[in-house]
Each structure stands twice: as structure tokens, then as C-alpha cells.
Design a protein. Structure first.
Length: 366
């Protein structure tokens, strides 16, 4: 049996975590041979609920669940964490403008970034789920000067999974039959679910669906799926969000299947002309614990307009929280380049793979 890894989860008594934690303990995220230590973080007033969750986890008697620790602050909760799932965030309340939500969550994720910087394992991998996820990831990473921006991602796998499920249902296929879906931009209604490279049973998806349905029904449905679920059941997505967290982190850590493309929110390196220094969803493959943006995807005029629109929203969000972004980390988020041989993003602090590493010689997806 392998040595256990430490997984910190914020918002651990919430609805998403109630689905998520049991999947992690069962080995769905890290693999069926990887023991885990769960470091669960909640607000002080929710600690009784968190103790109840911990009891249920114990009562499941998962063979891979090594230890559970409970924390009412992120400084203790992130101690030596190898993986950090930042699920908790302040929800949007009645009458609250998006700018107000950004500002309140900026305080939360700035503190979490500092705690990761000071207390987490130096190789920690961070997945931000709490909304607005892209900008919260930016805030957290900018407040962690000793960690690489490449160690932070945000959740757009949920949008990817939604697009795959909706397309499969429309075509009478299974999700195993669908490939090449790409989610670009923000985890918001401006995101762009792109089917121009997608396939259904190995054949181009756009040749098998009606263009009007794609533009007028499919795209808005994926963009607004979260709101549709709230309207239908009175509650936000929980189980599907938990599954997406498991999927994204598993692929990041263990690697994507050969030929598989997934979507992840990560710091832009300028690929496809997207401004550096914002967290933006790109198509990626993963190998050896690293992600790699898929290059040379053809972008038509229809797609370019949508890539630009969601980029602008992210730039506006960044401007709204600028005072929470320390100047000392600006260079590490701007001075990015792409290795011409591998397509791998190289970071200003030289945290990209070594030239002789196995990762650098893996086949690229073009």
C-alpha cells in the first residue's frame, strides 16, 4: 500500500462536499491504491455539521481512508496538503451585484492563497471550485508568491461534462461516443462550448447536428445549465459538481486517456491570443501530473467572437479585484512562454518541465 496523501477540502460540510468526500474516500479521484488523509475545513459555526459528515465517512469503513482531521481555519487545514480543493465560497445573496460578490470572495481567497503559500506542501495542486471560480483562482495564486501559478486551476470540467451529456442525449449516443469537446473562457454564462473539433462515434459532430440547434439551443443550454437546475430543483448543482471535481483532479494527477481532450481553467500563457495573467478555460491533455494546452486548434470567426467576449468578462473581473492582487506576483503571472518542442507552458520561475524529462518527450495533441 502506498503512503497516504493529504487532501484539504474547504466548505467541507456543504452540499457539494457531501457528494465529493465519499467519492474521494472510495478512491475515485486518486486511484484505487492510494490512501488519503482528509483535512476538512469549515467555518466555526458549521463545525457540528462537519463532525456529522466525518462520522458518516468513518461509518463507511473505506479501506483507503487513512485519517480525517477537522479544522475551523485554513491555516491549520492546509498544513502539508498535497491537494487542495477550494469548494467553499460566499454565495450570491438577494440584491447582491456581481462586483459585490467578487469583492467579498476576494478576501476569502486571498487568505486561502496565503495559507497555501505558508503551510501547504511545496508541490500542492489546487483546484478552485467556489464561484466566481476563474477570478478566485487568480486571487489565490497571486497571493501565493512561493508557489507556481501552474499549481492552480479552476473548475470548468463541470461545463465540459454538461456539454458532453447534453450532446449525447440530443444525438441518442452515450458519453463514451463523444470526443473533442472544448470549453473556452469563464465559468459563467459567457463561456463558449465549442463543438467544431468534437466527434460523435469518430465522425465530426458538426456534420451530424443542425447548426441552428447548436448556436441557438445547445450553447445557451450549456451556458445557463446551472440556473436551469436551480429553477428545477430549488438547489444548485451538487452531485454533478462533485463528479467534475473528481474528474478534473484525477486527470490532472493520473493523466488523460490517450487521445482524450478535456477542459480546465488555468493561467493563460497567451495561447490563441488570450491575454496573459487571467485564468481561462482551455482544451488540455495531462501527463505526469502536468497539463498541456492543446495547440493549433482552428478558430473560425464565430468562435473568435465568443473567445473574445468571455475573455473581456474575465478582464473586467480582474480589474474589479485589482487591489487584492499583490504586485510582487504580477511578473510570474505575465512572463510565460511556450516550449516550441513540446507546447508546454514555461513559467517565469522555471517551474516548467526539465528539457530531459519524460513529460517533454510525450506525443503532442495538435
Amino acid at each position: 500500500m502506498r503512503r497516504p496523501v493529504r487532501i484539504a477540502v474547504t466548505g467541507a460540510a456543504g452540499a457539494i462536499s457531501y457528494s465529493l468526500l465519499f467519492k474521494i474516500a472510495a478512491g475515485e479521484m486518486m486511484g484505487k491504491d492510494q490512501p488519503v488523509i482528509l483535512q476538512l475545513v469549515e467555518l466555526p459555526h458549521a463545525m457540528d455539521s462537519l463532525r456529522g459528515v466525518a462520522m458518516e465517512l468513518m461509518d463507511c469503513a473505506y479501506p483507503l481512508l487513512h485519517t480525517i482531521t477537522l479544522h475551523d481555519n485554513v491555516e491549520d487545514g492546509f498544513s502539508n496538503a498535497h491537494y487542495a480543493l477550494l469548494v467553499g465560497a460566499k454565495p450570491r445573496g438577494p440584491g447582491m451585484e456581481r462586483r459585490d460578490l467578487l469583492e467579498e470572495n476576494a478576501q476569502i481567497f486571498a487568505r486561502q492563497g496565503k495559507a497555501l503559500n505558508d503551510f501547504a506542501n511545496r508541490d500542492v495542486k489546487v483546484l478552485v471550485t467556489g464561484n466566481p471560480a476563474n477570478t478566485n483562482a487568480l486571487i489565490a495564486s497571486r497571493n501565493a508568491p512561493d508557489l507556481s501559478p501552474s499549481q492552480f486551476t479552476c473548475l470548468t470540467r463541470l461545463d465540459h461534462n454538461r456539454a458532453k451529456g447534453i450532446l449525447a442525449n440530443h444525438c441518442g449516443a452515450t458519453t463514451r461516443d463523444i470526443g473533442g469537446i472544448m470549453i473556452w473562457g469563464n465559468h459563467s454564462p459567457t463561456q463558449y462550448p465549442d463543438l467544431h473539433q468534437a466527434t460523435i462515434l469518430g465522425k465530426p459532430a458538426m456534420s451530424q447536428i443542425d447548426t441552428t440547434w447548436y448556436r441557438d439551443e445547445f450553447i445557451p443550454k450549456v451556458q445557463k445549465r446551472g440556473g436551469e437546475i436551480i429553477e428545477a430543483r430549488g438547489l444548485s448543482s451538487a452531485a454533478s459538481a462533485a463528479q467534475a471535481i473528481v474528474d478534473q483532479m484525477r486527470d490532472w494527477v493520473l493523466g488523460t486517456e490517450p487521445g482524450e481532450i478535456i477542459s480546465m481553467g488555468l493561467l493563460s500563457d497567451g495561447s490563441y491570443g488570450i491575454t496573459k495573467g487571467i485564468f481561462y478555460s482551455f482544451p488540455v491533455i495531462c501527463n505526469y501530473g502536468r497539463y498541456q494546452i492543446v495547440q493549433n486548434v482552428e478558430i473560425n470567426e464565430f468562435s473568435r467572437q465568443r473567445l473574445t467576449a468571455t475573455e473581456q468578462e474575465l478582464l473586467d473581473e480582474k480589474a474589479a479585484v485589482e487591489e487584492m492582487l499583490p504586485k510582487e506576483t504580477e511578473a510570474s503571472h505575465q512572463n510565460l512562454s511556450i516550449c516550441l518542442r513540446s507546447g508546454v507552458t514555461l513559467y517565469a520561475d522555471n517551474t516548467g518541465p526539465d528539457a530531459d524529462s519524460k513529460f517533454m518527450t510525450t506525443n503532442r495533441v495538435l
